[in-house]
Design a protein around this ligand. Structure first.
Ligand code: ZN
Length: 327
């Protein structure tokens, strides 16, 4: 039993319309699902990904406008950067130009461990990175949506890695290696912090977690532009059940298996304070919408469909932006 890599990252926006415009029109991802947070139906839950929002390509957002005055406080116990994969060193130069053109805050093209990357921020300060996935990545990238605004060769192909910042490396490393089956593949120092590189399943881009030990940093506080949790891939509900048992045996508090309709989920907090999820690969986003029209209307799981009118009345409509307006 092995985790297949990263499934999705879920972050916090306070401005759904601006969020949709950035992730679709600027980054060229497809809005594959517009639904509500099942635990708080007054909030949008927006899913971006490849043409179908395949597992491993998804970045999702809870829209929490009440946090507009509460920016994320960076520190320990948080997912500090989300890395997205692109193909080729030259692609990063193209993106640097695109970022400049769209007023996106970004750094230069840099190299680390033989891989090129560029750091950037979304309009709410979400810390993101584009990284060259290199030749023949072991986790297959997604298939970008053809109708998006970014030329195919430069498209984002999914999640590359996540950076976790913790105050003490050991407990988080223990969960990754001893419980979740990650392999420690490298360790180095970066600006005075110890960084440990872990891979799972096939390894490489799409299956990498970087743990940054920053003992003197303050504890992070989740707010606008922060990340809520990261999910790892498991093929089906049966393996997920076994993971749940394994987590319980390791003494970690874990939720029951929850049917999120597009996948099933279990959640637990690792000892460094970061919320982890294990999510099933299926059934996916084309279960309740035609693949050609994903994300165009508000999708509700069957158990919420009866409350559609009430739920829609409480949501502020999202103006349909360029990248998603083609009919
Ligand atoms: Zn999730």
């Amino acid at each position: 039993m092995e985790l297949g890599g990263l499934h999705h990252v879920t972050a916090v926006t306070t401005h759904a319309a601006e969020n949709v415009a950035f992730y679709t029109d600027v980054l060229g991802m497809r809005l594959v699902k517009k639904t509500v947070n099942q635990d708080d139906v007054s909030a949008y839950h927006l899913f971006y990904g490849d043409e179908l929002g395949r597992p491993g390509t998804e970045v999702t957002f809870f829209d929490w406008p009440h946090l507009r005055i509460a920016p994320n406080h960076a520190g320990t116990g948080e997912i500090s950067t989300t890395e997205l994969r692109v193909s080729g060193r030259e692609t990063l130069d193209w993106w640097a130009g695109r970022f400049a053109e769209h007023g996106v805050r970004h750094g230069g093209v840099e190299e680390r461990d033989g891989r090129y990357f560029i750091d950037f921020l979304d309009p709410e300060g979400q810390r993101l990175r584009l990284a060259d996935e290199g030749e023949a990545p072991r986790v297959a990238g997604g298939i970008p949506w053809e109708e998006g605004p970014v030329p195919g060769e430069f498209d984002i192909r999914g999640l590359g890695a996540v950076d976790l910042t913790v105050s003490d490396l050991a407990p988080t490393a223990w969960v990754l290696a001893e419980v979740l089956g990650f392999r420690l593949v490298g360790e180095h120092e970066e600006g005075g912090d110890r960084v440990a590189l872990f891979e799972v399943g096939p390894g490489g881009p799409g299956a990498t977690v970087r743990v940054i030990e920053s003992p003197d940093a303050p504890q992070a506080h989740l707010g606008r532009g922060g990340v809520h949790h990261v999910a790892f891939r498991t093929p089906d509900g049966e393996e997920q059940r076994l993971w749940r048992e394994k987590l319980r045996e390791a003494g970690l508090g874990v939720t029951p298996q929850i049917d999120r309709y597009y996948f099933r989920s279990i959640y637990f907090r690792e000892p460094g304070g970061i919320l982890f999820e294990i999510a099933t690969d299926g059934p996916g986003f084309a279960t309740d919408e035609d693949a050609a029209h994903l994300g165009e209307r508000l999708s509700l799981p069957p158990f919420l469909e009866g409350r559609r009118e009430e739920i829609e009345a409480r949501l502020k409509p999202i103006p349909v932006a360029g990248g998603t307006s083609r009919r």
